[in-house]
Design a protein around this ligand. Sequence first.
Ligand SMILES: Cc1cc2nc3c(=O)[nH]c(=O)nc-3n(C[C@H](O)[C@H](O)[C@H](O)COP(=O)(O)OP(=O)(O)OC[C@H]3O[C@@H](n4cnc5c(N)ncnc54)[C@H](O)[C@@H]3O)c2cc1C
Length: 453
Amino acid sequence: VPALIVDPGENERLARSPRRAAFYAGAVASLAAALRERGVRLQCRRGRLPATARALARDTGAETVVWAAAYDAAARERRRELQSALEEAGLRALEVHDAPAVHPEATAAARSAEGGLGYRAFAPFAAVWETLERAPVATNPAFADVEAKADLLPTPAEGGAEPPSEARALGRLDAFLAGPVLQYSAARNVPGTDGTSRLSADLSFGTIAARTVLARIDARLRDAFLLTEERLALRAFARALTRRDFFLQLAWFFEERPDEPLQARMRGFPWRASHPHFAAWCEGRTGYPLVDAGMRELRATGWMHPRARLAAASFACFDLGLDWRVGRDAWERMLAEDEPACASGNWQWIAGIGADLAQFPRIYNPRKQLRAYDPRGVYVRRWIPELANVADAELFGPVPSGRPQLALPLFAPEYPAPLLDHEQAARDFLRRYGAYVKRAADAGDSRARRANR
Ligand SMILES: Cc1cc2nc3c(=O)[nH]c(=O)nc-3n(C[C@H](O)[C@H](O)[C@H](O)COP(=O)(O)OP(=O)(O)OC[C@H]3O[C@@H](n4cnc5c(N)ncnc54)[C@H](O)[C@@H]3O)c2cc1C
């Protein structure tokens, strides 16, 4: 009996971003329609997960309740309560790993000889991940149609031209695999091209499964006429999904302090809780075109190109010195994808406090990034109309402030000059970072000396 339980806690999370809520409701509607075509109703109930699932199981005569695991701490806690409620009622409760292509327990089991559970670093995780069998792609599961009291399905608040569905996600994947993926190795870094799959929201809501994407990549790799670079590009695309599995397993195994840096020594770092330029960053008005274009793309579409994500997140953490959680939560209110484990994992990685073995924070220079990945300004002009008539060379430096203003109201207002000096801000940050790390090391030494006395 396929069922959807709309828990107020999960609903509240979804509702934080209107685009996410709309994507979710659209995906549920298309799932319900697909089931209806097969003569099966999607049972929908609203209410707290444990009690509602128990009542639904009773009403439908179910003996076993199966659900997909969640990876963020709050949703996991709700599922633990669900498990207890079902077991107390004498029902069998079964949680399955649906989101990752390789189960976290499978990668952990492969290293049990070394001790420990999850992987903190990507490279050894990926090496093991590649050797393991992936969960099979589900084919036509059998469902029963049951008549029971039902609540209304969530309604799509705003629908795009084509609402999210499995068919649309598969269509997007197949179109990507037919051609663009063959340039993925280079094109994924070039925000002016459609060089990535744009499947993140579908993957996060399950309108497509990671194992389906990987199975189709494998099928594509069987093409004997592929060039070596094209094979490498397909492997790089598969590696993006490995990275997703990595962050899911990270959240799965290192759950105890979900909002704290994975690196214990960085837990006391004095990030700023606010910054006078925070609103400008959110609205794409920092004067750094790659950062601003990314933020404007996110506001306009609910998605941001991965290269722009690096530049924009780095700017928030290092140029503004903002707490990574402030940046993450600002994006949370705009993103369509619903992948809290990937959001925290990536923000921590950027901030240099997570699953990263680099010794120093990776501070991205937004101008150098622009010159390297959008040298003709295709991406930044798409999102910043003020830059339409600015010469390419001017994109990489501050727009001269003495430039005459265009008088006609038809023209967009002039693009702001950079709000701060990136080089100076980066140096200031590194000074604070160095001082903190030294203090933490000294404190560690004196603790060790005291312990040895
Ligand atoms: C600061 C920052 C925050 C991010 N926040 C999120 C987030 O909230 N949710 C999210 O799904 N991704 C996040 N990412 C990862 C990545 O940028 C997006 O998954 C990617 O932009 C999605 O676009 P795409 O589907 O075209 O990616 P493609 O390049 O086509 O990759 C295919 C799929 O692989 C997965 N993937 C690729 N890169 C990553 C990665 N670094 N981490 C995890 N999965 C990855 C995604 O599911 C993606 O859809 C973040 C990256 C950064 C730097």
